[in-house]
Design a protein around this ligand. Structure first.
Ligand code: NAD
Length: 496
């Protein structure tokens, strides 16, 4: 069993901490690693090294910073499968899913290599006689990232490459449940030529996060995780006068119109709902059947019921175990609450267990129908392989249902009608919309734009908004005297 290192000032160092958190293989619940709970001394050192590195890194020409990202994306591609294996082993994700996790992160690094165009200011000549105004975009200082377990490659890569490409330095506190993946990402980042102290990693949970959030040197906080923690982090960071972007939980609906292609609807819904064991912030957890499309629910349930959970390296496995015994217990309790509340359980995965791996956190695919909005299975983010089906009569009712839901990460419509799709995209109060696409995650030249309780802040992750989040704009108004205008009697007249 390995003890996970910290990254401080360019060195992978052990902590003097006497407290450790065990990292378990979700398929067996056996310990595979331990992480130190970073001490205050460790965290001070990490922040100081980031502060020191900032003084020189911010002066490194933007094209040189971009070149570090180009080398980094090359190394990530070279080590793509190796990272995916580390990721699969500590999350239980299938190899295919793990590769997707790594790939979506690499795409953000490619975008970070394009940083110069994102850091361009604006210029207006002659804002007044002989006076020009222009703006420049500058980094903030030390930025902090706090990441969840469910995308241990992609989400750290949403944060530190863009922040660092913009000229900042970074302290990352990854999820305590799968820290080996971000450590591998960090190892490759150092190999790509990142100077010492530009990226630092410390470990732990609530106490460590609270210490970092209250530190004066931290200028901006990026968080991805659950709703209550996101609210706490947004409030604490902003109370401590830091800018913050906090991506939180979700409840994503897919609307099925009766004119949609049945086969496409069913095929897409299977992967979007139970893929990755439903542990995706963009997973479809509610299917809203409009009108006669409700007749497809039984066929959909049958198809979802055929999906078999399995080990990460089993090519036939549809998805893996849940991340922890605690997560499994939570999802089982929610399945039970759905039954008690009167929803019809068409496929029940609560008894599923994988032969010879009975200690793992297995739950089979589960489908409920006749779900109503007052049920806990509708109101809570389940974060398990569970799909809830709801029936409505019209598109307007489907839109109303989605708009009344407190979350707004993603939603989708399957239809053959351009008019229905257009009404949907215009009226639905959700940040990312799919039209005949089940999981509409924006590519890195756009931004990841969750709304409502799925996001606290204003500037979203990656793309132009990511660059704006990690930078400050400085506006300069300049006048240069030539010989003839050297004496200006009254400046206020000139400026009027
Ligand atoms: P989590 O909130 O439990 O943990 C996220 C991070 O916060 C971890 O690093 C953890 O150590 C830290 N943390 C936990 N409790 C804390 C506390 N009380 N105070 C301070 N820090 C604390 O989330 P998770 O279970 O790791 O991830 C799953 C959640 O993340 C789901 O709700 C999912 O929807 C959400 N998520 C959202 C997005 C998005 O873009 N909106 C993307 C991925 C995941």
């Amino acid at each position: 069993m390995n003890t996970v290192a910290q990254l401080i000032n360019g060195q992978f160092v052990t902590s003097t901490s006497s407290q450790f958190i065990m990292v378990q293989d979700p398929a067996t619940n056996e310990d595979i690693s331990q992480i130190p709970v970073s001490t205050t001394h460790d965290m001070e050192e990490a922040i100081q090294s980031a502060q020191k590195a900032f003084t020189s890194w911010k002066k490194v020409p933007v094209s040189e910073r971009a070149r570090v990202m180009l080398r980094y994306q090359h190394l990530l591609k070279q080590h793509h499968d190796e990272i995916a294996i580390i990721l699969s082993k500590e999350t239980g994700k299938t190899f295919e899913d793990a590769k997707g996790d790594v790939w979506r992160g690499i795409e953000v690094v490619e975008q970070a290599a394009n940083v110069a165009s994102l850091m361009m200011g604006e210029t207006v000549e002659n804002v007044a006689r002989n006076i020009d105004s222009y703006s420049m975009v500058q980094p903030l200082g030390v930025c902090l990232g706090i990441t969840p377990f469910n995308f241990p490659a992609m989400i750290p890569l949403w944060m530190f490459p863009m922040a660092i490409a913009c000229g900042n330095t970074f302290v990352l506190k990854p999820s305590e449940q799968d820290p080996n993946t971000p450590m591998k990402l960090a190892e490759l980042f150092m190999q790509a030529g990142a100077p010492d102290g530009v990226l630092n990693i410390v470990h732990g949970g609530k106490e460590q996060v609270n210490f970092l959030l209250s530190h004066d040197a931290i200028k901006a906080v990026s968080f991805v995780g659950s709703v209550l923690v996101g609210q706490h982090i947004y409030k604490t960071a902003t109370q401590n006068m830091k800018r913050a972007q906090c991506f939180a939980g979700a409840k994503n609906h897919l609307v099925v119109m009766p004119d949609a292609n049945k086969k496409q609807v069913i095929n897409n819904l299977v992967g979007a709902s139970v893929g990755a064991a439903g542990q995706r912030c963009m997973a479809i957890s509610v299917a809203v059947f409009v009108g006669n499309s409700k007749e497809w629910i039984d066929q959909l349930a049958e198809k979802i019921g055929e999906v078999k959970p399995g080990l990460w390296d089993d090519p036939k496995a549809g998805f893996g175990p849940l991340i922890s015994a605690q997560a499994k217990a939570r999802v089982l309790a929610l399945i039970e609450s759905g039954k008690q509340a009167g929803a019809t359980c068409l496929v029940d995965g609560s008894q599923f267990s994988l032969a010879q791996y009975e200690q793992g956190n297995w739950i089979g695919p589960t489908v409920f129908t006749n779900v109503s909005t007052d049920m806990e299975i509708y109101q809570q983010e389940i974060f398990g392989p569970v799909l809830c089906c709801i029936q409505v009569d019209t598109l307007a009712q489907a839109i109303k249902l989605i708009n009344e839901n407190p979350f707004g990460n993603g939603t989708s419509i399957f239809t053959a009608s351009g008019a229905a799709a257009r009404t949907f995209q215009s009226e639905v109060q959700v940040g990312q919309i799919g039209i005949n696409i089940p999981i509409p995650v924006a590519l890195p030249f756009f931004s990841f734009t969750g709304w409502k309780n799925s996001f606290y802040g204003d500037l979203h992750a990656y793309g132009k908004q990511g660059a704006r989040f990690y930078t400050e704009t400085k506006t300069i108004t300049a006048r240069w005297f030539d010989d003839e205008s050297a004496v200006v009697p009254n400046m206020s007249i000139n400026l009027r």
